[in-house]
Write a protein that binds this ligand. Structure first.
Ligand code: KG4
Ligand code: ZN
Length: 357
């Protein structure tokens, strides 16, 4: 839940995260090694109302004090999205206040546009000075569902340079972790395991072939390369190939080599953009679940050279409602109240999007 000072300006002067309640479904999905759409939707149904009430309690207000509601419109799993949108619509209708439909991938970047740090323990309920980044900015959004690079002229004017052709980066972390017998979500598990490796034992491809554009991503080939290596190391395994029984050192080496290639690809694509379409940017913004990875943070800051790099605060990297509220500020200040259900206009590949009146 967000309070903003100087509403209406392109940037608020200060913001206050009045409540920050993050409910995780990880335990419900863990036995399956990935997100199960039906479980996600049903969990939303039962947990949404208590979470909203908890947020209002944390902020010390009741619903009548709310002035706007923001809800994720997409992209995402349709069942979970429908639960959220219908709940938001009902609440907005009942309270007679506007409802903003928010694009989830855009919202991941919103914290990087406002603040440099945020601690849920220290900062909830305090006013935080807003420090906008320098524009134009090159933005990288790397999550479990999305991997995309875009150019930002302002918080609401963006052009997508490239997306993944197949899997998202975080998804490949999750799939490789599953292959190694690690629990879901795999990203943090791979990061920890990779720290135990000496490195150099395996090497997986980080350069992509010429069939992809210079700013596009692809993770299916990397996943297959890890699978092929595991097939060699675990002979006689059935169609349900798993590296779980391999020696711990071997698993650590595999995790390390995979992480190097996955992160290497992101850095190479960033370098391509900085030498090409994004040559004149004045800052780099990085967000999404994978941005929590410490090796990624270090490597990407190196790849950006002398440009200032702003990562989403750790507590706002993975999915959270605070980033949705932050994105709502920008859309609202821009006069862009997107009512669910019309389709969210995708940023075009050729120019900044035309925003609805
Ligand atoms: O942004 P997010 O919470 O959800 C989506 O919108 O997809 O991202 C979740 C993804 C998962 O794939 C998870 O494995 C990955 O982010 N992730 C990480 C790390 N922490 C989370 N990947 C690599 N290293 C991490 N430390
Ligand atoms: Zn996300």
């Amino acid at each position: 839940m967000l309070r903003c000072e100087a509403s209406g300006a392109a940037f608020p002067a200060r913001i206050q995260v009045a409540a920050h309640v993050v409910e995780s479904q990880i335990e419900a999905h863990r036995p399956f090694g990935g997100v199960v759409p039906e479980i996600a939707a049903r969990d939303h149904l039962t947990r949404l109302d208590p979470i909203v009430r908890a947020a209002m309690e944390q902020a010390g207000i009741d619903a009548s004090a709310l002035s706007e509601i923001a809800v994720t419109l997409g992209p995402g799993l349709i069942g979970a999205l429908m639960v959220g949108v219908l709940y938001g619509r009902g609440m907005a209708l009942g309270l007679g206040i506007p409802l903003h439909g928010i694009n989830h991938v855009d919202a991941h970047l919103a914290p990087t546009l406002l603040i440099e740090s945020f601690s849920p323990v220290r900062d909830v309920g305090t006013w935080l000075q807003v420090t906008p980044p320098e524009f134009p900015a090159l933005a990288l959004t790397v999550s479990g569902g999305h991997c995309q690079m875009s150019l930002l002229r302002s918080p609401v004017e963006r052009r997508i340079l490239g997306k993944t052709r197949d899997d998202a980066c975080g998804e490949s972390f999750d799939k490789v972790a599953k292959l190694l017998g690690l629990p879901y979500p795999g990203g943090p598990e791979i990061e920890v395991l990779a720290r135990q490796a000496r490195g150099g034992r395996f090497q997986f491809p980080m350069k992509l072939g010429p069939s992809l554009g210079p700013y596009e991503f692809s993770y299916s080939g990397l996943k297959t390369a890890v699978l092929d290596e595991v097939r060699k190391l675990a002979p006689g395994s059935s169609w349900r190939l798993s590296a779980a029984a391999l020696a711990d050192e071997l698993k650590a080496e595999l995790a390390h080599a995979f992480q190097e290639a996955a992160i290497g690809q992101l850095c190479l694509r960033l370098e391509n953009a900085l030498a090409g379409e994004a040559a004149s940017v004045r800052s780099v913004l990085v967000a999404g679940g994978v941005a929590a990875n410490a090796v990624f943070r270090t490597r990407l800051a190196e790849a950006a050279g002398s440009l200032p790099v702003r990562f989403a605060p750790l507590s706002l990297c993975s999915d959270n409602a605070t980033m949705i509220g932050m994105q709502a500020y920008f859309q609202s200040a821009d006069g862009w109240i997107q009512h669910p259900f019309p389709r969210y206009p995708e940023s075009s590949e050729t120019g900044f999007p035309e925003r609805p009146a």
